[in-house]
Design a protein around this ligand. Structure first.
Ligand code: FES
Length: 423
């Protein structure tokens, strides 16, 4: 059964029904109508250097293999054997010549083709291995080394779906012609809380910083004086058309939190390449979400996915991304800075996880669930500011959150390609 969610998201009035975080049926609908048709982050290009390099991840709750094929093309397959449905690849990351299922031994090559079937002679003549290859993700594309895939066979292109968000993303991923690389492994941890709580916060919520992160900000402050760190800052928030969002303080002077990275950074070259507006804004601080569940923090060097694991739980997967041109000691400084702040035990990450789990924990209460949430900050403030592309709002605003949920509502109320085919 499909639910019309129009009454649950009042994007114009800035009100949200908590059922969207707790309802099992809405969650199933999300998997069908939000995750299945959307471009979802899969991996970073630096994770693949030779044919057979693979990484296993999820699209929504669907397990997928991301792999470089023999033609060095990145492809993605549903990680489920066509025989009885076991995972054909159970490793997180590695290199392989083919995928051999550990249940009965069916094996698939890097093109997803079924190439080996034990006791093949036991099958009828009508059994054709060509019919039983891995199910392939029909569209995989990348932007600035970030690989995305969608199950939608006829999607709006990745670049087009990013729209003006690409300008903001470039502030982190396009510092020079060499691009970015990944350092260290992928950190994974589980949080109690609906995935949207994290995704919307990274899209829209600078408001929580001064309160939730007050103690962490003081620890990092050279003066230990809260007034130097815990202040309201000038800044802007990008309000994306497809649910994307980004917020950033505007710094008249260059500001970078990791000292070693700051000292290495050639701001003049960056100003030349990206312009003053980006260097003084989204390059030196801020947060962002590419709808639905890919987020990043430019100054921290983290990119992450909020994998949905039921309405009440998410799994966070986090990478440290640095400029390829960074020397080893600068990369290491960025990696450690990311770990200390937004790693699984980072001092900021703890604050956020606690908030999301707390919101989720009480939202199942019968009365609680009937009381709407407020997303009214900056209502009516959305405009073009002439310095940053697209529609923007104040730094302290819920505008990108309202846009996030407006897009979510639109997808939830629109039959996806797999439904249209059945009608
Ligand atoms: Fe994979 Fe049987 S489930 S070979």
């Amino acid at each position: 059964r499909t639910v019309d969610v129009s009454g649950l998201v009042d994007a114009r009035g800035g009100l949200l029904d908590r059922a969207i975080f707790t309802d099992e049926q809405l969650y199933r609908q999300e998997l069908r109508r939000v995750f299945a048709p959307s471009w979802l982050f899969l991996a970073h290009a630096d994770q693949f250097h030779k044919p057979g390099d693979f990484f296993t991840t999820y699209m929504g709750e669907d397990p997928v293999i991301v792999v470089m094929d023999k033609g060095r093309r990145i492809r993605a397959y549903l990680n489920s054997c066509r025989h009885r449905g076991a995972r054909v690849l159970r490793a997180d990351v590695g290199a392989t010549r083919n995928f051999t299922c550990t249940y009965h031994g069916w094996a698939y090559d890097l093109d997803g083709k079924l190439v080996s079937v034990p006791n093949r002679e036991g099958y009828p003549d009508s059994f054709d291995t060509d019919d039983w290859g891995l199910v392939e993700v029909p569209n995989v594309d990348s932007y600035r080394g970030l690989i995305f895939g969608t199950w939608n066979p006829d999607p709006v292109g990745l670049r087009e779906s990013l729209g003006d968000m690409a300008w903001y993303m470039d502030a982190m991923f396009d510092h020079d012609d060499e691009g970015t690389v990944v350092v260290g492994g992928v950190h994974k941890w589980v949080l109690d809380g609906n995935w949207k709580l994290a995704a919307e916060q990274f899209a829209t919520d600078w408001y929580h910083v001064n309160m939730s992160h007050a103690s962490a900000l003081m620890v990092l402050s050279p003066t230990k004086n809260p007034k130097t760190e815990i202040v309201h800052r000038a800044g802007r928030q990008y309000v994306g058309t497809n649910g994307h969002g980004a917020g950033f303080p505007v710094h008249p002077k260059n500001r970078f939190n990791a000292k070693t990275v700051h000292e290495w950074t050639d701001y003049d070259a960056l100003r030349e390449r990206l312009g003053d507006a980006r260097v003084e804004g989204p390059l030196t601080d801020g947060h962002a979400t590419v709808f639905p569940n890919f987020s990043y923090l430019p100054v921290i060097g983290t990119i992450r996915v909020w994998h949905p694991k039921g309405p009440d739980r998410m799994e966070v997967w986090s990478w440290t991304v640095v400029d390829k041109s960074m020397p080893p000691e600068v990369r290491e400084a960025q990696r450690l800075y990311n770990l200390r702040t937004f790693g699984p035990s980072g001092i900021f990450e703890q604050d956020d996880g606690e908030n999301w789990s707390e919101v989720q924990a009480i939202s199942h209460g019968f009365i609680t669930n009937t009381v709407p949430l407020n997303y009214q900050m900056g209502l009516g403030s959305e405009r073009e500011d002439g310095r940053h592309p697209g529609t923007t709002s104040e730094l302290y605003s819920d505008a990108a959150g309202r846009a996030f949920y407006a897009h979510w509502r639109e997808l939830m109320n629109t039959p996806a390609w797999h439904e249209e085919r059945n009608q």
